[in-house]
Design a protein around this ligand. Structure first.
Ligand code: BGP
Length: 479
C-alpha cells in the first residue's frame, strides 16, 4: 500500500470559544457562545440575552487557553503535531462586528499564538467563523438573515488575511455551515445563522435559514477571492459536517429518502465547490415560493469564489426510513433519524461508525473528483476517570481513533482520495459545543475542570497522548 504523504498534516483542533475563556479581556466583545448557558445531554443549552441571573456561561473561562496557550502548544509539540486548528474569535478583532477599525489587542493575541505554533513547526489551520459571531450582530441585524452581514464578515476576513498572511496558509470560511439544514433546531440556527428562534415565525423559519445560508455562501465566496488576491498561496476551504445517512432497509422508498436527506444536508458543499446551486435546490425554493434575495451578481460571486479543499468533521452516521415525505426534500433530523442496529453508541447517543468515514469520503470524491479532503474534526466525547495514581486510561478513545484512522487510510491508500491531513477534535479537553459540558471530553490531554466550573485547570496526559505521538511519528503506520 502506498504511504501517506510525508507532509501529511497530523494534529488536532479546537475552537476559540470552546478553549480561550478571557471573554472580556483585551477589549473582546460578547459573542454568541458567551450568552449560551451550560446544559447536558438531556437539557439543551439555553440561549439568553447575556444577563440571565444565575446562568453559567461555560465559554467565559473555558480552559483558559488565552493565558495558558504557550504551555498547551508545547504539550502538543511533544506529540509531534504538524498542524493545530483553531478559530479566530471575531469578537477579539471586531468586538461588535460592525466597527470600521479592528482591535489591536485581539490581533496581537493571534500573532503570538501563531508564532508559538510556528516555533515548533506546527502549521496553524484557521476557521474564520466557528459558532462565535458577535452577539451585537444578532441583536441589531438579525444575524445572517441580513445582507449587511456580508460586508462585516468580509471586513473581518480581509483584516486577518492581511495580518497573518505570512503565518497562516490553511483557512476555512464557516464551521459546519450545513448544520443549519436542520432548520428546526434552535441551536443550529443560533450558532450557524445568528438568528434567535424567538424572532422568527415558525412557518417562516425554513425560508429565513435558506436566505441566511445564501448570504453566508456569498460571503464565503468573496472571502475566497479576496484571500487569494492577498496571498495566492492561501488554501481556503469550506467545512462540512459529514454524517452519512443510510436507508433503513433495501426498500426503494428508504433508499430514496436517504438520498434526499443526503442532498438536503450536503448541497452547501455543491455551492462551495461547484460555484452554483444544484438543480433540485432551485426547483425546491421556487416551488415553496421562498422568494429569496439572490442577485445575478451573487451568482457570479459564487462561481468565482470556489474553495480549494473540503474540510470535514466526522463523528457518526444516521439511518432514515421512507415512510412520509419521500417526495419532498424536507426532512426533520429529530423526527426522521433512526438508530442503526449494527452500531454501538457513545454515552451521548452518537452512533460510532468508522466505516462511515470511508463511505462519506468516497461519496464526496465521486461528487467532487478533484477536491482534496481534509479531516479537520474526528473524535470521541467520553467520560474520563482519573485513577488514584493520576493515570487516565482512555483505551476507548484510542480504539475509536484507531478505527477511524484505519478507514481514513483506506480512503487515501486504496480509494485514491487526496487527503491533506487528519485532526483529532478537542485534542485538549474543552467545553462541548452542543451541551456546554466539560465532562464530555475529547482530549488527549486532560484538563482538571468539572461541569460546575470547579478544578485547578491543570493539564495531564492521557494514555491516548503517547499512543497518538507514536501514530504521528510513524506517519500513521503504527496504530
Ligand atoms: C462539531 C463542532 C465542534 C465540536 C464537535 C463536537 O459540531 O464543530 O465545535 O464541539 O462537533 O460536538 P460536541 O461539543 O457537541 O460534543
Amino acid at each position: 500500500m502506498k504511504e501517506l504523504n510525508s507532509n501529511f498534516l497530523w494534529g488536532g483542533s479546537v475552537a476559540a470559544n470552546q478553549v480561550e475563556g478571557a471573554w472580556q479581556t483585551g477589549g473582546k466583545g460578547v459573542s454568541i457562545a458567551d450568552v449560551m448557558t451550560g446544559g447536558n445531554k438531556d437539557t439543551p443549552r439555553q440561549i439568553t440575552n447575556g444577563v440571565l441571573p444565575g446562568a453559567t456561561y461555560p465559554s467565559h473561562e473555558a480552559i483558559d487557553f488565552f493565558d495558558r496557550y504557550p504551555d498547551d502548544i508545547q504539550l502538543l509539540s511533544q506529540m509531534h503535531f504538524k498542524a493545530f486548528r483553531t478559530s479566530i474569535a471575531w469578537t477579539r478583532i471586531f468586538p461588535n462586528g460592525d466597527e470600521q477599525t479592528p482591535n489591536e489587542a485581539g490581533l496581537a493575541f493571534y500573532d503570538h499564538l501563531f508564532d508559538e505554533c510556528l516555533k515548533y513547526g506546527i502549521e496553524p489551520i484557521v476557521t474564520l467563523s466557528h459558532f462565535e459571531m458577535p452577539y451585537h450582530l444578532v441583536e441589531k441585524y438579525g444575524g445572517w438573515s441580513n445582507r449587511k452581514l456580508i460586508d462585516f464578515y468580509v471586513r473581518f476576513c480581509k483584516t486577518v488575511f492581511n495580518r497573518y498572511k505570512t503565518k497562516v496558509t490553511y483557512w476555512m470560511t464557516f464551521n459546519e455551515i450545513n448544520n443549519q439544514a436542520n432548520y428546526k433546531s434552535d441551536f443550529a440556527i443560533f450558532t450557524n445563522s445568528g438568528i434567535l428562534s424567538s424572532s422568527v415565525a415558525t412557518d417562516d423559519r425554513e425560508r429565513i435559514v435558506y436566505q441566511a445560508s445564501h448570504y453566508e455562501l456569498v460571503a464565503s465566496a468573496l472571502a475566497v477571492q479576496i484571500g487569494h488576491e492577498i496571498n495566492p498561496a492561501f488554501q481556503i476551504g469550506c467545512m462540512v459536517s459529514m454524517i452519512p445517512i443510510y436507508p433503513k432497509s433495501s426498500r426503494p422508498e428508504d433508499i430514496m429518502k436517504a438520498e434526499r436527506a443526503m442532498q438536503s444536508r450536503y448541497w452547501y458543499a455543491d455551492v462551495h465547490v461547484n460555484g452554483h446551486y444544484p438543480a433540485w435546490w432551485q426547483q425546491f425554493v421556487q416551488a415553496h415560493h421562498f422568494d429569496l434575495d439572490i442577485t445575478s451578481e451573487d451568482l457570479q460571486t459564487l462561481a468565482a469564489g470556489t474553495v480549494d479543499y473540503i474540510g470535514i468533521s466526522y463523528y457518526m452516521s444516521y439511518v432514515v426510513s421512507g415512510a412520509g415525505s419521500g417526495d419532498d426534500y424536507h426532512y426533520d433530523e429529530a423526527a426522521d433519524f433512526k438508530s442503526n442496529q449494527y452500531l454501538p453508541t457513545s454515552n451521548w447517543g452518537w452512533q460510532i461508525d468508522p466505516t462511515g468515514l470511508r463511505y462519506v469520503m468516497n461519496w464526496l470524491q465521486d461528487r467532487f473528483p478533484q477536491m482534496p479532503q481534509f479531516i479537520v474534526e474526528n473524535g470521541l466525547g467520553a467520560v474520563d476517570t482519573v485513577a488514584k495514581n493520576g493515570q487516565i486510561n482512555d483505551t476507548y478513545r484510542i480504539n475509536y481513533l484507531r478505527d477511524h484512522i484505519k478507514q481514513m487510510k483506506l480512503a487515501a491508500q486504496v480509494d485514491g482520495i487526496q487527503v491533506l491531513g487528519y485532526l483529532v477534535w478537542g485534542c485538549i479537553d474543552l467545553v462541548s459545543a452542543g451541551t456546554g459540558e466539560m465532562s464530555k471530553r475529547y482530549g488527549l490531554i486532560y484538563v482538571d475542570k468539572d461541569d460546575q466550573g470547579r478544578g485547578t485547570l491543570n493539564r495531564s496526559k492521557k494514555a491516548s497522548f503517547d499512543w497518538y505521538r507514536q501514530v504521528i511519528m510513524s506517519n500513521g503506520d503504527d496504530l
